[in-house]
Design a binder for this molecule. Structure first.
Ligand code: ZN
Length: 344
C-alpha cells in the first residue's frame, strides 16, 4: 500500500502570527508523524506551485493578481479572518499545486492514496474573494485539474470540516460532474449549507448538505456517512474521491461545538476508503482544511495516514467526548435529508 504525503516547508512561511490557523499546526503534525514512525512508511511527493492557468479554473484573474500584489506589498488582511504575510502567495500557490501533485500521483497509480498537508486551507475561498483563513480553493482547483487532465466526468468531494465549504459548493453548484457532500455545524460560519441547498440547473441534486446541530458527535456523523453519503456516492459513481479533511469538529476544538473524536474521524476515513475501493479503484486524496487544537490535528492526521496505510488499530489519545446532553431530533433530521435526495 503506497500512501503519498505532500508537504513543503513553504507552507510554514504563510506567517499568520498568533492567529488560530498558524504554522504550528503543520509543525506539530509533521513531528508527530516522525515520532510515531508513520512518516517513514509514506511516499513523499514534492509540492509545486499551481500555474495561473490552473488557478483561473476557479478564481478570477483580478483576484489572483490582487493577492499577488498584496504579498509583494508585505501582506495584510484579505478579509476580517484571513491574513497574509509576504510569502503567503507562494505558499497558497504551493497549497493548490501540492494537492494537484497528490491527485496526479493517485491518478497515475504512483500512489494508492495520498494526503496533502497544506496551508493555507481552501474550502471557503470563492471565485473573487478570500474567506475564513482560505486564499485559493485548493480542493476545487484539484477537482477541475483531475477532470481536465485525466478526462474525468465524476468527482466526489467529501468535506467533514466543521464549517460548510461554501467556496467548494459555489464552484460546482451548477456542475453535475462534481458531487459535493458536506457535514458541518449549522447555523455557524459561513452561514451557508442548509439541507435545501442541493445544486442548480444541471447540477441539481449534486450538492448534498448535511447540517449538524452543535453537540452531535461520532454517532450522528457515522449515520450521515453511512445513510446519506454512501448511497449518494453509489448512485453518482465517482472516478475519484477528494476529501476536505478538517479536524475542527473534534470535541476538544473550541472553535466549534461538535463532539467528534479521533475515533470518529477514523471511522469516517474508513468509510471513504471503502467507498473509493468499491467505486474507483481506491483513488482517494485527502487535503487538510481546518482544525485548531494542535494535539487533535496531529493525532487525527496520523490516524488518517494509519487508515490509508491499512492499519486497523485506532490510536485515539484524547478519547471520546465528555458525556453531555445532546440536541434531540436527529432521526427526523436525517429522514428529511434522505427525502430531499431521494435516498431509500
Ligand atoms: Zn473549519
Amino acid at each position: 500500500m503506497k500512501v503519498g504525503l505532500v508537504y513543503d516547508p513553504v507552507y510554514l512561511e504563510h506567517d499568520t502570527g498568533d492567529h488560530v490557523e498558524n504554522s504550528r499546526r503543520l509543525v506539530e503534525a509533521m513531528s508527530y508523524l516522525k515520532e510515531t514512525g508513520i512518516k517513514e512508511k509514506l511516499t513523499c511527493l514534492p509540492a509545486r506551485p499551481a500555474t495561473l492557468e490552473e488557478l483561473e479554473m476557479i478564481h478570477a484573474p483580478e483576484y489572483i493578481s490582487y493577492v499577488k500584489g498584496k504579498a509583494e506589498k508585505g501582506g495584510g488582511w484579505l478579509d476580517p479572518d484571513t491574513v497574509m504575510s509576504p510569502k503567503s502567495y507562494e505558499a497558497a500557490l504551493c497549497a493548490a499545486g501540492g494537492l494537484m501533485v497528490a491527485v496526479e500521483a493517485v491518478m497515475k497509480g504512483e500512489a494508492d492514496s495520498a494526503f496533502a498537508l497544506v496551508r493555507p486551507p481552501g474550502h471557503h475561498a470563492i471565485k473573487d474573494r478570500a474567506m475564513g483563513f482560505c486564499i485559493f480553493n485548493n480542493v476545487a482547483i484539484a477537482a477541475k485539474f483531475a477532470m481536465r487532465k485525466f478526462s474525468l466526468d465524476r468527482v466526489l468531494i467529501a468535506d467533514f470540516d466543521v464549517h460548510h465549504g461554501n467556496g467548494t459548493q459555489d464552484a460546482f453548484y451548477a456542475d453535475r460532474k462534481v458531487l459535493y457532500f458536506s457535514t458541518h455545524q449549522y447555523p455557524f460560519y459561513p452561514g451557508t449549507g442548509w439541507m435545501d441547498e442541493t445544486g442548480t440547473g444541471e447540477g441539481e441534486g449534486t450538492t448534498v448538505n448535511f447540517p449538524m446541530a452543535g453537540g452531535w458527535g461520532d454517532e450522528e456523523y457515522l449515520r450521515a456517512f453511512n445513510e446519506v453519503l454512501v448511497p449518494a456516492a453509489r448512485r453518482f459513481q465517482p472516478q475519484l474521491v477528494l476529501v476536505s479533511a478538517g479536524f475542527d469538529a473534534h470535541w476538544a476544538d473550541h472553535l466549534a461545538m461538535m463532539k467528534v473524536s479521533v475515533t470518529g474521524f477514523v471511522q469516517m476515513a474508513t468509510i471513504l476508503k471503502e467507498l473509493a475501493a468499491e467505486l474507483c479503484q481506491g483513488r482517494l486524496v485527502f487535503t487538510l482544511e481546518g482544525g485548531y487544537n494542535l494535539r487533535v490535528v496531529a493525532s487525527s492526521i496520523k490516524a488518517m495516514f494509519a487508515v490509508l496505510l491499512g492499519n486497523s488499530e485506532i490510536d485515539d489519545p484524547l478519547g471520546k467526548a465528555p458525556v453531555a446532553r445532546k440536541p434531540d431530533g436527529f432521526d427526523e433530521h436525517i429522514e428529511a435529508i434522505k427525502r430531499i435526495h431521494h435516498i431509500g
